[in-house]
Design a protein around this ligand. Sequence first.
Ligand code: ZN
Length: 262
Amino acid sequence: MAARTKLLYQTNGNLRQHLTKILSLTPVSSLPPSDQSLIKEVTPNDHALITTSTIFYVQGGGQPTDTGVISTSTAKFEVSSVIDGAKRDLHSRLHTAGHILGLAINHLSREDKLPKLVESKASHYPGSAAVEFVGNIPGSALAAIQEKVDEFVASKRAVEIHFWPMERLRRECEGVDEGFALPEGEELGRVVEMVGLGSYPCGGTHVGDCGETGRIEVRKISRSKGVSRSLSKARPLICLLKSIVYNVSRKQNTYIYTEYFG
Ligand SMILES: [Zn+2]
């Protein structure tokens, strides 16, 4: 089996251009059906390109995929990648802001200013960024959460990337439940640490310090009884909440919607 494409953004989120090698270029229609199913509306012009390394973020963990241009410069199949830097920067700020918000809520919970909560999911998509907790956060807590978020942003604490063994990851990271597992064959998990504030296992891209997110506005806290944990997409969240309010689960989830800077 060919080696996995090296994901350069995992160790250097600032790369905006990169030279790599093309290993293969094939029409999407010739890929196995399971791979084709990952792509929406395949046309005859769509091709799958495999490179030895990439700076393009793959969609996942609540962060949208990067978009950009790959252009060949010589007949040696060396490739120069140019990604959409402004878009990526926004995604990195949103993504980091989601972590800061999650940490602020966890800190308040530990300080007994919020009830005991279990962190569930997050989405960092522009316009629908949200973090989700299982537990009851009263609407009146919004001001306290905003204050803690402001404090963390003002702290400008460094945001660092680590690769930790599972034991340390479980001990020190937030949001790691019993079902958490590393990808098959991997012994170290990628972690993002907001130094001094807390860490999460994460494969996404982030800004260099907590101040680079700009102001994070905590916009809304919404609650619903009986929300399934399978809710992974924030975009249709409000509709889904309304439609399954009377589900059998007794859990009460709290969703916090955030809007970031201007
Ligand atoms: Zn992250």
